[in-house]
Ligand binder design. Structure first.
Ligand code: G6P
Length: 480
C-alpha cells in the first residue's frame, strides 16, 4: 500500500509519468508519457519523495485512477503519483478546448487570424471547464501538501492553479513553470480581456514563475505590465512582477538533455536492431537528414519537407546520395486540425518520393508512429539534424541529436526555438517560414567538412547537456 503522508515536495502537470492502455486480455498496462515536460520531470525519480499530481487523460486512465488516491508504485517506477479522475467532458473542454486550441495557439502564434479565433458561447463553456479543472488540481494539491511544502505547477494547462492554491493554502511555496514560449503582448491580446487577465493573475499567484528562456520570461513580464498594469523591476537579468501588493519573481531554467541516459539508452539491443533495419532501408554511403517531432503544427514539418524538396530540385547532385528520415509520432489527434496536418505531411511525403525516387533509392522515409528506440537509432545515424519549428519553448530534439549521433551532425535550427538561445552559435540558423533559406541550409549542412562538424557537435553536445533534467528540477526547487 502506497504511503499517503503529506508531501514536502509536489509537482503538478496535466500529463503524468504514465498513461494506461488496455491489453487484449483486459488488463491495464502502464506506458511512459511522452513530450518534453514528462522527459524533464521523469528525472525527479522516486527517491526525491515528491508526489506528482496529474490528470487521467483517457477513459482507461480514469478507470485506473478511479477510487485510488495514489497509483500502484509498480506502474510508475516507484514514483508517488496521484492521478485525478476528472470527468471526461470537463477534461476534454479544458485540455482540447482551452489548453491545446487556445493557449497553445496563442503562445505559438498559430492562429490564421482572418478566421480564427472566435470567442463565442462554446468558448465560454470550455473556459468554465478549464476553471473547474484547475480547481480540481488546487484541491488535490491542498490536500496532499505538508505545512510549508514546495509545489511546482507545470505549464499552460495549469495557469489558474497557483492562485487558487494560494487561496486555499497561503503557507505553501508555489512555483509555476512554462514549457511553451510566451506570446508577445500584441498577440496575447487576442484573448478575451478577462481570460487574458485571469491567466496572468493565476500564474502571479506563484512565488516564482519560470520559463525556458529569457525571451519568453520577458514576454510574460511585458504582458503583465501592459494588460494588468503590473510593475516590473529588473535586477540584472532577474525580473520581478508586482501586482495587487504581491511580488512574483521571474526565473529562467533552460532544460537540457540527459546526456548520460541518452548515451546508455541509445546503445541497447533494441536500438541496435532498429539501426540495422534503418541502414538497410537507407542504403550504403548515403547522407542522412533526421527530424523527429510530434505531429504538431508548431513543429513546421510541412515547410521542412518543402525545403527538402527544394534541395532535391536545385541540387540534383544529391539524387541517390541523401535520405531524409522523418519520424513524427501522433499527437493531439482529437483535434481535426492536427489530423489534417498529419495527412498533409503524409501526402507531401508521397509526392516527394514519387517525384524523385529512382530504383532502390527512396529519398524520404516517413513514419507516423511512436517508437522511442527507432528515434534513437535515427539520432545515431544523423549527418544533419533538421529542427525548424515555427516557435518552440525549447525543443529537446535539437539537444538530443548532437549528444547521440555516432559521427557528429550538423544542426539546422530555427531561430524561433528556445534552444536557439543556447545552440545558435554552432547551428546553421534559419527563419522557419523561409523554405529557400532552409533548403540552402540543408545543402550547407550536408557539405560541412568532417572536421568542422566534429568541433561543432562537441560544443553543441556540451551546451545541450549543461542543465540536465535532474539539475533543472533541483534548480527550480532551490530557487523557491
Ligand atoms: C509540450 C507541452 C507539454 C506536453 C507535451 C506533449 O511539450 O509543453 O506540456 O505534455 O507537449 O503534449 P500532450 O498534449 O500530448 O501532453
Amino acid at each position: 500500500m502506497a504511503t499517503t503522508a503529506p508531501a514536502q515536495v509536489l509537482v503538478a502537470s496535466n500529463r503524468g509519468p504514465v498513461s494506461y492502455t488496455r491489453s487484449e486480455d483486459g488488463t491495464l498496462t502502464a506506458k511512459r508519457g511522452g513530450g518534453g515536460l514528462v522527459s524533464g520531470l521523469s528525472a525527479i525519480g522516486p527517491d526525491a519523495g515528491a508526489v506528482w499530481v496529474c490528470a487521467a487523460l483517457s477513459d482507461v486512465d480514469r478507470e485506473a485512477a478511479h477510487g485510488h488516491t495514489r497509483l500502484a508504485p509498480e506502474d510508475t517506477g516507484g514514483q508517488q503519483v496521484r492521478m485525478l479522475d476528472i470527468d471526461a467532458a470537463t477534461f476534454a473542454d479544458a485540455y482540447n478546448g482551452i489548453a491545446n486550441s487556445t493557449l497553445w495557439f496563442v503562445h505559438h502564434l498559430l492562429y490564421q487570424t482572418p478566421l480564427e479565433p472566435v470567442f463565442d458561447e462554446g468558448f465560454r463553456s470550455q473556459w468554465a471547464a478549464y476553471e473547474a479543472y484547475n480547481s480540481a488540481f488546487a484541491d488535490a494539491l491542498a490536500e496532499e501538501a505538508a505545512q510549508g511544502a514546495a509545489v511546482l505547477v507545470q505549464d499552460y494547462h495549469l495557469t489558474l492553479t497557483p492562485r487558487l492554491l494560494r487561496e486555499r493554502r497561503p503557507d505553501l511555496r508555489i512555483g509555476h513553470f512554462s514549457h511553451t514560449p510566451w506570446a508577445p503582448p500584441d498577440y496575447y491580446r487576442l484573448l478575451p480581456d478577462d481570460v487574458a487577465a485571469e491567466v496572468l493573475r493565476g500564474i502571479l499567484g506563484a512565488d516564482r514563475a519560470a520559463f525556458l528562456t529569457h525571451r519568453w520570461a520577458r514576454a510574460f513580464a511585458d504582458c503583465c505590465a501592459e494588460l494588468l498594469g503590473a510593475e516590473v523591476t529588473h535586477e540584472g537579468e532577474e525580473l520581478t512582477v508586482t501586482h495587487e501588493g504581491r511580488s512574483t519573481r521571474i526565473g529562467v531554467h533552460g532544460l537540457g538533455a540527459d546526456g548520460e541516459f541518452l548515451r546508455e539508452r541509445s546503445h541497447r539491443p533494441d536500438v541496435d536492431e532498429r539501426l540495422a533495419d534503418l541502414r538497410e532501408q537507407i542504403g550504403d554511403g548515403r547522407k542522412v537528414i533526421v527530424r523527429v517531432d510530434r505531429t504538431e503544427l508548431s513543429k513546421n514539418i510541412v515547410r521542412g519537407l518543402i525545403a527538402y524538396r527544394r534541395l532535391l530540385r536545385t541540387h540534383p547532385e544529391w539524387h541517390g546520395r541523401v535520405v531524409h528520415v522523418a519520424f513524427a509520432y501522433p499527437s493531439r489527434h482529437d483535434l481535426a486540425v492536427y489530423r489534417e496536418y498529419t495527412a498533409e505531411v503524409q501526402r507531401l511525403a508521397e509526392e516527394i518520393n514519387s517525384e524523385f525516387g529512382r530504383g532502390e533509392w527512396r529519398p524520404l522515409i516517413l513514419h507516423v508512429k511512436d517508437d522511442f528506440a527507432r528515434s534513437l537509432a535515427a539520432y545515431r545515424l544523423a549527418d544533419v539534424a533538421l529542427v525548424n519549428p515555427i516557435r518552440d519553448g525549447m525543443n529537446l530534439v535539437a539537444k538530443e541529436i548532437p549528444v547521440v549521433s555516432d559521427d557528429g551532425c550538423a544542426l539546422v535550427l530555427s531561430r524561433e526555438a528556445g534552444a536557439y538561445a543556447e545552440l545558435g552559435g554552432d547551428a546553421i540558423v534559419v527563419n522557419p517560414y523561409d523554405t529557400e533559406e532552409t533548403a540552402r541550409a540543408l545543402h550547407e549542412a550536408l557539405t560541412m567538412s568532417t572536421g568542422e562538424r566534429a568541433v561543432r557537435t562537441k560544443r553543441l553536445a556540451a551546451a545541450a547537456t549543461a542543465l540536465p533534467p535532474q539539475r533543472w528540477f533541483l534548480a527550480q526547487l532551490e530557487a523557491l
